[in-house]
Design a protein around this ligand. Structure first.
Ligand code: ARG
Length: 461
């Protein structure tokens, strides 16, 4: 296969070298961005009088034809070409003849690939954001429906204090909200156009970089041509955001796996989102949650991989940077399917409210409230803590909950207890009394849900 750069060479490239060097098998997914970038480039060349209007039109028509034919499947992107840039240019020349050879005026593949990647990642940042929004809507629905679904809150995976399902899910709402805000930051930081940086030192043609940037929807052109062709920070930042999203999905998955276990039975996964065992007929496994948890590793791997690839590179472009693609493409596909599947799973999951509530009741999650009751009656907290602890010990010996102790039993530990202790440590009171902003008490929870609603409405606009 003739190379774009064949002129200086007298010998054919060794086949193994050709294959090792080629990127077409993965960078073909950039075809749309490559063509879009070229269209803007020639339009600018014509405006600057570097190409004639006629040449520009002919190139643009040729490029449009290539785009159309790739999308309708009549033009296949094969490994006959070294990379997507060679594919587009070779096809253009084949279609419109010598004028096609002018496309690459004032451009290098270095700024071209930098542009293609930016356009691609920019689109994907938006797509990931949209998927997260879909997930947030499901979480919001679960929250709205469960402000009075009591469940144990845990620390060290030991029952700690009672919360509600709305409150627990609300924690994930915050995480995914932060993930969206990270994506927005990345978008704004990366939204500058590297085209016109040339190979590394700009060009001698009078390019209008502001104009190309504007045509492609960027906030402006990048400010240093060497940085422009060697910057992959935005890919790293995006991978880091994806890794964090996966970390959040993985933690949530882990909880769902625990909640779905025979011991907990807090949730029941929908049949459509679980799988069976080939040998054990009774099994209904949380494979989707497990796979989301499992796939987190490869997204972290992509981030580590690219950080490591970049760490020793001198300025400006080095072929190492071709390695920016496969990892991020795989991470994008992985995260896209994980958010989509997780959203469906969460949306169809059924909560066993009665089981959750009885679990909260039977784990002494109101022991702190017993202590608080004493404190409110003048007992110093340290003493109150120890009285409540002794009551817990009694309950463990008799295998019952604090609510089941008789008033006499309460009084044997402290004379302060009155009949209103039962009301004071009921699950409902325990949760309802927690009214600091961000706590599970219904009044504040409804306030948070309202804020979430405003946030979602705003995002929809
Ligand atoms: N396939 C290359 C990449 O992905 C395109 C840029 C090639 N530039 C070069 N000077 N060889 O990075």
């Amino acid at each position: 296969m003739a190379q774009l750069w064949g002129g200086r060479f007298t010998k054919e490239t060794d086949q193994l070298v050709y294959d090792f060097n080629a990127s077409i098998l993965f960078d073909r997914r950039l075809y749309r961005q490559d063509i879009e970038g070229s269209m803007a480039h020639v339009k600018m060349l014509a405006k600057q009088g570097i190409l004639t209007e006629e040449e520009c039109n002919s190139i643009q028509q040729g490029l449009q034809g290539i785009l159309r034919d790739v999308e309708n499947g009549t033009l296949e992107i094969t490994s006959k070409y070294e990379d997507i840039h060679s594919f587009v240019e070779a096809n253009l020349i084949e279609r419109i003849g010598d004028t096609g050879k002018k496309l690459h005026t004032g451009r290098s593949r270095n700024d071209q690939v930098a542009l293609d990647m930016r356009l691609y990642i920019r689109d994907e940042v938006k797509r990931t954001d949209g998927l997260l929004l879909g997930l947030l809507k499901v979480l919001q629905r679960i929250m709205e429906e469960n402000v009075d679904t009591f469940m144990p809150g845990f620390t060290h995976l030991q029952k700690a204090q009672p919360v509600t399902l709305a409150h627990h899910v609300g924690a994930y709402f915050e995480m995914f909200k932060r993930d969206r805000s990270r994506l927005h930051d990345i978008y704004h930081r990366m939204n500058y156009c590297p085209l016109g940086a040339g190979a590394l030192a700009g060009t001698t043609y009078p390019l209008d970089r502001e104009y190309t940037a504007e045509l492609l929807g960027f906030a402006g052109p990048t400010m240093n041509s060497m940085d422009s062709v060697s910057d992959r920070d935005y890919v790293i930042e995006y991978l880091s955001a994806l890794a964090t999203i996966m970390m959040h999905l993985s933690r949530f998955s882990e909880e769902i796996i625990i909640w779905n276990s025979n011991e907990y039975r807090f949730v029941e996964l929908d049949d459509a989102y679980s799988t069976g065992s080939s040998i054990m007929p009774q099994k209904k496994n949380p494979d989707i949650a497990e796979l989301v948890r499992g796939k987190t590793g490869r997204v972290y791997g992509a981030l580590m991989g690219l950080l490591t690839t970049m760490k020793g590179l001198p300025l400006a472009y080095n072929k190492d940077m071709q390695e920016d693609k496969e990892g991020v493409f795989d991470a994008i596909d992985t995260v896209t399917s994980c958010i989509t599947l997780f959203t469906g799973m969460a949306d169809t999951m059924k909560f066993n409210k009665a089981v959750m509530e009885s679990s909260a009741k039977n784990g002494f999650t109101n022991a702190t409230d017993v202590a608080d009751y004493l404190v409110n009656h003048g007992v110093p907290f340290r003493d109150a803590h120890s009285i409540s602890g002794r009551l817990v010990l009694r309950c463990i010996a008799q295998d019952k909950a604090l609510d089941d102790l008789t008033l006499e039993e309460f009084r044997e530990e402290s004379a302060v207890f009155e009949p209103d202790i039962y009301e004071a440590i009921s699950m409902k009171t325990c949760v309802e009394k927690r009214l600091t902003l961000g706590a599970p008490g219904q009044t504040v929870m409804r306030e948070i849900i309202k804020r979430n609603r405003d946030y979602l409405d705003e995002a929809e606009r």
